[in-house]
Design a binder for this molecule. Structure first.
Ligand code: NDP
Length: 280
């Protein structure tokens, strides 16, 4: 069994980006990301801090808009529109979840597709499904990079994804399909889940339930990707996979923490640099 070290891979990606950004700056191009956060969701604060730290390390300018919990949809949309028009900004991101009463989908579709570095605007979602050049949603993008980093064959393999969220499961279907995998997606209404997961060459868990995937659900030598980030009562981070037991069966497995999480941030940085280059 080999661990796919997302932390190390993300470090290499950030280091390469740093060099690229230095070269862009010599040409007068300064990548810049604007992040909007509404309310003070605890987990979101951590994610936003990680994004700002990555920007600082790479040399991407970072601007943060912290809005009150009571912000109206009109106020949020008018800020997005202002940032859409700001030529110094290449990437815009609205951190989800938004407080009750604010519609994230409306926010995402208001972000200009050219600045939609999270890949959540329906234009980018559609382009991904047509296998056209676009901003790919960061978590699925990171998962593909992790598989590629170990030369894990995707073509012809059976990939099973547990979870069909708009930010992970659904875009990952397209990413894996574009790489010629045979893709099955499971969700809370799926029957005989364990029977399906046991047929997976590549199994991805994006559920949000600690240690949900147990060894009896996994085929020998499967590649297991754990997207889940769950905090235990003791404050420890655990994934959706029972790492200790599943790792004995898997050929490759991603840890939590230090797996998909850091890759998500790294791929956001890749997208911001891409947005800056698209503007050249
Ligand atoms: P959502 O809550 O949006 O989606 C969870 C999915 O799991 C749904 O499709 C749901 O099915 C499915 N599900 C829930 N219970 C079961 C069950 N018993 N059997 C089968 N399927 C089930 O979560 P997200 O996709 O946003 O996130 C999933 C996890 O990944 C979370 O822990 C989150 O924190 C983490 N995450 C990690 C990221 C990273 O960078 N590492 C990035 C984004 C998320 P249904 O659709 O039927 O409700």
């Amino acid at each position: 069994m080999q661990i796919i070290d997302g932390k190390e891979l993300a470090r290499i990606i950030r280091s390469n980006l740093k060099e690229e950004v230095e070269q862009l700056k010599e040409k007068g191009i300064q990548p810049k990301l604007a992040v909007i956060m509404v309310g003070d969701d605890k987990a979101s604060k951590v994610y936003v801090r990680n994004k700002s730290k990555a920007c600082e390390e790479i040399g991407i300018l970072y601007e943060e808009y912290l809005l009150e919990e009571t912000t109206t949809m009109d106020e949020l949309l008018s800020l997005i529109n202002k940032l859409n028009e700001d030529e110094t900004i290449n990437g815009i991101l609205v951190q989800s979840p938004l407080p009750k009463g604010l519609d994230a989908n409306v926010a995402f579709r208001t972000i200009s597709p050219k600045k939609d570095v999270d890949g959540f605007n329906p234009i980018n979602v559609g382009k991904l499904s047509l296998n056209q050049d676009c901003f790919v949603s960061c978590t699925p993008y990171g998962i593909i990079k992790m598989l590629e980093s170990k030369n894990i064959e995707i073509e012809g393999k059976h990939a099973v994804i547990i979870g069909r969220s708009n930010i992970v499961g659904k875009p990952l279907i397209q990413c894996l399909l574009n790489k010629n995998a045979t893709v099955t997606v499971c969700h809370s209404k799926t029957q005989n889940l364990g029977e399906i997961t046991k047929t997976a060459d590549i199994l991805v868990a994006a559920i949000g339930k600690p240690k949900f995937v147990t060894e009896d659900m996994v085929k020998d030598n499967a590649v297991v990707i754990d997207v889940g980030i769950n905090r235990t009562d003791e404050g420890k981070l655990v994934g959706d996979v029972d790492f200790e037991n599943v790792s004995k069966k898997a050929s490759y497995i991603t840890p939590v923490p230090g797996g998909v999480g850091p890759m998500t941030v790294a791929m956001l940085m890749v997208n911001v640099v891409k947005a800056a280059k698209n503007n050249m």
